[in-house]
Unconditional design. Structure first.
Lengths: 105, 662
C-alpha cells in the first residue's frame, strides 16, 4: 500500500546517499571546525530527505515527525558546537582541529 | 538423643572455687606484681593452699556414689547440643586435684625461698598459679574440649616457666622445643576429638564412653592413637620425650611441680580417664603398654649416663612415667594411677632436695663437681636418701607398693615381656639413683678440682647446660628468706613419700581399691603363674643387684679414694650411643626439622617468589602492557576518531549489504 510518487523512490535514496557521502568526506578532510559542523548538517539533512521520502512512500507520518526532531537536535548541536569552537579559540588561539589534541594518550 | 553425664549433677560452689582460686592468684600476681613484690609468693602459696583445703572439703562430693554414678558434676554452660561444658570431680580427678594443689602448695612455699631475690619474683608466681589453674582445668573438665583447653594451657605455662630466665639462650631454646613437641600432642588429641564427635555427636566424656562398645574397631584404635600421641608428647614417651631433659633449664621448683609431679603425668590421667575406650581395644593397649615399657627402659638407661643432677632426675621421671603409662596401658589402671600418686611425692622431694644442693653450691649442677656433701648438707642428704630409697622401691617405702602393682599388673593382663622390662628397669633405677646419691654425697668434695680432671670438657657436648640457675643465691642473698621456708616443704614431702604406698597395701581390701571402686572398668584378669609376693621378691632382688653394682662402682673404699680418676675415665669413655642419648634428637632433627627446613626453603625460594608472587607480578605487567596498547589509540586527533567511526559504520553497511534480508 504505497502512495504514488511523482519522482521514483530510488532517486531520493541516491540523492541522500550523495549528500551523506559529501558530508562524511567533509568531516574527514577539512580541518576547520565550522566546515566540519556544516558537513555534519549535510549528513543530518541527507537523513531528513530519506525520512521524508519514505514517509511519503509508505504514507506514514512518523517519518515527518522524526525529521522535525532531527532539525531540532541539529540546531542544538550546532549551538553547542559553535560554543565549543569559540571556547577553543579563546584558549588555544587556533581552531585547527589537528592542532587541538591535548587529550592524546 | 539421650546425653550421658558422668557424675551426680548438682551445684558445687566449692568445686568452682577451688578451680578458680589459682586463676585469681595468677591475675593478681600478674596485675599487681610490682606492688606486691615479695608478698606475691605468699599470696600465690596461700591461694593454692586454699584450693587444697577446698579439695579436702570436696572429698565427700568427689567420692559419692549414687546408684553406681561416681562423683560430682557441675554444669557450667551449654553451647549447641552435645557441646556442654562442666566440671567433673570423681575419685580419679580428686586424686589429681589433691596432688596438684597439695604438692603444688608445698612447691609454691619452697619457691618463696628458692626464687628469693629474682628480679621477676611476682611474674614467677603468676606463672605458677596460672599453671595450677590450667592443670585443674585439665583434670576437672567433663568433656574432651575442656580437657584439650587445659592441655594446651599447661603446655603454655610450661613454656613460660621453662623459658622463665629468658636471657639464657639455652632456656629459650628448651622452652620452644617443649612447646613445639607438646603441640604435636595437642594435634593428636584434636584429631581424636574430631573422630569422637563424628561418631557420637558429643564432646562429653559420658557420651564418648557410653558408646565405647559401638565404635568400629579401626575407628576406636585411631581415637586411642590420637589420644596417645597427646599423652606421649605431654608425658615424655618415646619418641616424643626429648623435650623433658631440656626442660630442666627452668627453675628447679618448676621442674619439681610441672616436669615431675603433675603436668608430665597428664598423659597417665588421660589414659586412665579414657579407660573405657582402652579396655575394649587390645591393639591400643598393646601399643601404649609397649611404648610405656620402652620409655621406662630407655629413660633408666639414659639416666645411668648423665652427670647433671637435674637431668638424671628428668630421665628418671621419664622412666617412672613409662611405668605409669605401661600400667594404665595394659589395663592395670589402679596401679598406674598409684604410681603417679607416690611418684608425685618422692620425685618432687628429689627435685626440691636437688634444689637445696644447687642452691647451696651456687648453681652447680654437675654431680662430678659435688661429692662429700653428706657432711656439708646433712638435711639435703636425708631428703635425697629418703627419695632415692622410695624411688628404688625399698620395701616399706611408697614406690615399693605402687611399682609392684604395675609390674604384677602387666603379668595379670598377659604381657610377660613388659613384666620382664619392668623388673629390669627397677634394677637400673636402683643403680642410677644410688649412683646419683653416692657420687653426690660420699667421698670428698670435688668442687675445687679442675673440671678437666673430672672429664668435663665441652659442657654443651656432654649434655650439660652451659650455666645453672642464675638467680642470685650466694650465701649473702639468704638474709631475706629463712632456711625453713625451703626445708619445711621438703620435710613434709618425706612423710607421704615413705608412707603413701601403705594405702595400696592389702589388694582388693586396700583403701586404694575402695577409693577407686567403680572408677575403672574391671578387665578379665588371668591368674599368673608367679604370685604377687614372689614378684615383689624378684623385683627387690633385682633392685639389690643394681644397688650392689652402684655401691661397688661408686661407694667402695677404692672407688671413693680414686673418685676423680674414676669419674674422669667414665666421662671420657662414655659410649657415643649414650652420650648422644640414643640419637633421638639427631633423628628428629634429620626427619622432621631438616625436612621442614627443606620444604620451607623450597617454598621460600621457588614457590613463593615464582608462583605466587610471579602470578601477581605477571598480572600487573600485563595490565600495564594492555594500557600502553590502548593508550596509543587515544591520539587526540579528532579526524582520526571520525575516520574510525566511519570505518565502523562502513563495516556495518558492508555486512548488511552482504547479509541482505536474512
Amino acid at each position: 500500500m504505497t502512495g504514488a510518487l511523482p519522482v521514483a523512490l530510488g532517486n531520493y535514496v541516491a540523492l541522500a546517499s550523495v549528500m551523506f557521502f559529501i558530508g562524511v568526506v567533509g568531516v574527514l578532510v577539512r580541518r576547520n571546525p565550522l566546515v566540519m559542523l556544516m558537513s555534519i548538517e549535510l549528513m543530518f539533512n541527507a537523513a531528513n530527505v530519506l525520512f521524508m521520502a519514505f514517509a511519503r512512500a509508505w504514507l506514514q507520518n512518523a517519518g515527518q515527525i522524526f525529521a522535525f526532531l532531527v532539525i531540532t537536535v541539529a540546531a542544538a548541536e550546532a549551538a553547542i558546537g559553535l560554543a565549543i569552537v569559540v571556547a577553543v579559540f579563546r584558549s588555544a588561539a587556533t581552531v585547527d582541529v589537528d592542532e587541538v589534541r591535548s587529550l592524546h594518550g | 538423643m539421650i546425653h550421658h553425664v558422668m557424675g551426680n549433677d548438682g551445684t558445687y560452689p566449692l568445686l568452682i572455687a577451688l578451680w578458680l582460686l589459682p586463676l585469681l592468684g595468677a591475675i593478681l600476681c600478674w596485675g599487681f606484681g610490682p606492688w606486691l613484690k615479695a608478698r606475691a609468693g605468699w599470696l600465690a602459696s596461700a591461694l593454692v593452699g586454699a584450693s587444697f583445703v577446698l579439695a579436702v572439703l570436696s572429698w565427700g562430693a568427689g567420692t559419692q556414689s549414687v546408684g553406681g554414678t561416681l562423683g560430682a558434676h557441675q554444669s557450667l554452660l551449654s553451647w549447641i547440643p552435645g557441646f556442654d561444658f562442666g566440671l567433673l570431680l570423681d575419685p580419679l580427678a580428686l586424686l589429681w586435684v589433691f596432688v596438684i594443689t597439695g604438692v603444688g602448695a608445698l612447691i609454691h612455699l619452697y619457691s618463696i625461698g628458692y626464687m628469693d631475690g629474682d628480679a621477676a619474683f611476682a611474674r614467677f608466681f603468676a606463672y605458677m598459679n596460672f599453671f595450677v589453674f590450667a592443670m585443674l582445668t585439665l583434670v576437672l573438665s567433663d568433656n574432651f574440649v575442656g580437657l584439650l583447653i587445659g592441655w594446651g594451657l599447661v603446655g603454655l605455662a610450661s613454656y613460660f616457666l621453662i623459658g622463665f630466665w629468658f636471657f639464657k639462650p639455652s632456656a629459650v631454646a628448651a622452652a620452644r622445643k617443649a612447646f613445639v613437641l607438646n603441640v604435636v600432642g595437642d594435634v593428636g588429641i584434636m584429631f581424636a576429638i574430631f573422630l569422637i564427635v563424628a561418631n557420637v555427636h558429643s564432646i562429653g566424656f559420658g557420651d564418648a564412653f557410653a558408646a565405647a562398645g559401638s565404635y568400629a574397631t579401626p575407628t576406636l584404635f585411631l581415637i586411642c592413637l590420637g589420644l596417645f600421641v597427646g599423652a606421649a608428647a605431654k608425658s615424655a614417651q618415646v619418641p616424643l620425650h626429648t623435650w623433658l631433659p631440656d626442660a630442666m633449664e627452668g627453675p628447679t621448683p618448676v621442674s619439681a611441680l610441672i616436669h615431675a609431679a603433675t603436668m608430665v603425668t597428664a598423659g597417665v590421667y588421660l589414659i586412665a580417664r579414657c579407660a573405657p575406650l582402652w579396655s575394649v581395644n587390645a591393639d591400643a593397649q598393646m601399643l601404649v603398654g609397649t611404648i610405656g615399657g620402652l620409655t621406662a627402659l630407655l629413660g633408666a638407661i639414659l639416666g645411668c649416663a648423665q652427670w647433671d643432677i637435674k637431668r638424671i632426675l628428668a630421665y628418671s621421671t621419664m622412666s617412672q612415667i613409662g611405668y605409669m603409662i605401661m600400667g594404665v596401658g595394659v589395663g592395670a589402671y589402679e596401679g598406674g594411677v598409684a604410681h603417679f600418686f607416690t611418684h608425685a611425692f618422692f620425685k618432687a622431694q628429689l627435685f626440691l632436695g636437688s634444689g637445696l644442693i644447687i642452691h647451696a653450691l651456687a648453681n652447680e649442677q654437675d654431680i662430678r663437681r659435688m661429692g662429700g656433701l653428706a657432711k656439708k648438707l646433712p638435711y639435703a642428704f636425708v631428703v635425697m636418701l629418703v627419695g632415692v630409697l622410695a624411688i628404688c622401691g625399698t620395701p616399706g617405702f611408697s614406690a615399693f607398693f605402687s611399682k609392684d602393682m604395675i609390674i604384677y599388673g602387666t603379668l595379670q593382663h598377659g604381657h610377660p615381656w613388659l613384666y620382664a622390662v619392668g623388673i629390669l628397669t627397677a634394677g637400673l633405677t636402683a643403680y642410677y639413683m644410688l649412683r646419683l646419691l653416692f657420687v653426690t654425697f660420699l667421698g670428698s668434695y670435688r668442687g675445687a678440682v679442675d673440671p678437666s680432671d673430672l672429664g668435663i670438657r665441652h659442657p654443651e657436648l656432654a649434655g650439660l647446660p652451659s650455666d645453672g640457675d642464675p638467680a642470685p643465691q650466694d650465701a649473702t642473698a639468704h638474709h631475706h628468706a629463712p632456711a625453713w621456708i625451703m626445708n619445711l616443704p621438703v620435710g613434709i614431702l618425706i612423710v607421704p613419700s615413705i608412707f603413701a604406698g601403705w594405702l595400696m597395701f592389702g589388694g582388693a581390701n586396700s583403701p586404694w581399691a575402695h577409693f577407686f571402686a567403680g572408677q575403672f572398668p574391671v578387665p578379665n584378669v588371668v591368674v599368673p603363674p608367679i604370685s604377687e609376693g614372689a614378684t615383689s621378691a624378684i623385683v627387690f632382688a633385682c633392685v639389690l643387684v643394681g644397688a650392689a653394682v652402684a655401691a661397688a662402682r661408686y661407694a667402695s673404699k677404692g672407688a671413693l679414694a680414686d673418685a676423680v680418676a674414676r669419674l674422669r675415665s667414665e666421662s671420657v669413655r662414655m659410649p657415643a650411643l649414650l652420650s648422644n642419648r640414643f640419637y633421638f634428637d639427631a633423628a628428629i632433627d634429620a626427619l622432621c626439622v631438616r625436612s621442614a627446613q627443606l620444604a620451607g626453603t623450597f617454598f621460600g625460594r621457588v614457590a613463593d617468589p615464582h608462583v605466587i608472587d610471579g602470578t601477581v607480578r605477571e598480572a600487573a605487567i600485563s595490565a600495564r602492557w594492555m594500557g600502553t596498547l590502548m593508550r596509543s589509540l587515544q591520539t587526540g586527533l579528532l579526524r582520526a576518531y571520525a575516520l574510525i567511526l566511519v570505518f565502523g559504520a562502513a563495516c556495518f553497511i558492508v555486512y548488511y549489504a552482504l547479509a541482505g534480508g536474512r
